[in-house]
Write a protein that binds this ligand. Sequence first.
Ligand code: A2P
Length: 343
Amino acid sequence: MKYNIAVVGATGAVGREMLRTLAERNFPADKVYALASTRSVGREVSYGDDAVLKVEALESFDFSNAHIALFSAGGDTSKAYADKAGQAGCIVIDNSSAFRMEDDVPLIVPEVNAEATDGCLVKNGGRNIIANPNCSTAQLVVALKPLHDEYGVKRVICSTYQATSGAGQAGMDELFNQTKGIFVNDEQTPEKFTKQIAFNVIPHIDVFMDDGFTKEEWKMRAETKKIMDESIEVIAHAVRVPVFVGHSEAVFVETEKSFEIGEVRNQMREQDGLSVIDHRANEGYVTPVEAAGEDAVFISRLRRDPSVENGMVFWCVSDNLRKGAALNSVQIAETVVERGLIG
Ligand code: A2P
C-alpha cells in the first residue's frame, strides 16, 4: 500500500529536509503535498533528485486527502491546524513543542519507545497526533537508551552547543550575514538571536523560566523523562554556537549499577541509530561539520568520570535537522505504517 503525505512548512529548513528524507528512504508515498503559508503558493520545492512539487496553501488544504502529515511550521501553526487534521482522520507528526507534554499525545523517538506510538489513535485515547521531541533531546535519548537498559540511568548533566539552524532558516541567515558584515565593519543588529551570534556563543535558547532555567533546558529534562523514564534526573545548560548544522552535547551520566567502560562502548556500538567514533587521538572524534547530512547520532570521547561512583562522560553530536527533526519525523511515519495504525 502507498500513502498520501503532507509536509506542512515545506519551504522551511526542516520541511525541505523532511521532503529530502522521505525521498531518500523510499517512503511508500503516493501523493506528496508541500504546504506552506499563502505567501509561498506556487513556489517549487524539490522532492528527491528528480521531482519538484508546487507549494499549496495550508489554509485551504483538506486533510482528509492525506494519511499522514508532517508538521514543521512552528507551534502556533500546529495549534491552529493539527487537531483539525487529526479529526479529518490524518495522523499528524508534529515537530513543534505545542503538544509534546500533553498526556494524550505520545512523544516518540522510534529507537527508544516505538511501541508508545499506538497511543496516538483515538480508540487508544489519543487525538491522531504524535509529537517529535526537541532536537537536543532526540539525540540524547538515543545515546542514553543502551545505558538505561543495562545500568539504569540515575542522573544526567548535559551542556549543549546548538547550531543556528535550530532556529530555522532565519537563524542560519543571521549567522551568515553577521559573519560577512563583521569583515566590512557593518553594525550587528541581532534579530533571531538575543545577542551577536557570529564569533560568539549565547547561553540562552527559548524563554527564561521562573527558576532561572531556559525553556530549552526544561524541555530536555521533561521530554527525557516522558520518553524514557520519569525517575531519570536531567539537568541541562543550553548554549547557541556559531555553527550552521549539527548540535553537540557534553553528557555526564551517573548510573545505578557499576560498569566497565569497554562494555559501555560495545553496548553503544550495538544500539540502533548510534555510531561510536572514539579514537583518543587527533581527528579521533566527530564534530558538527562531519555530522551534518548524516543520520547517525555520533558518540566520541567516552571516558569514566572519577568524581562519582558510577559515572561516565561522552561527547554526542548529530545533525539537528535530521535526527533532531526531519529524520525522526520520517522514522515515526515509518513506525506508524509498520504498526498498522493507518486506516
Ligand atoms: P512560508 O515560507 O510560506 O512562510 P523555518 O523554520 O525555516 O523558518 O520555516 C518555517 C516554515 O513554516 C516555512 O515553510 C513557512 O512557510 C511555514 N509557515 C510559517 N507560518 C505559517 C503559516 N501561518 N501557515 C503555513 N505555513 C507557515
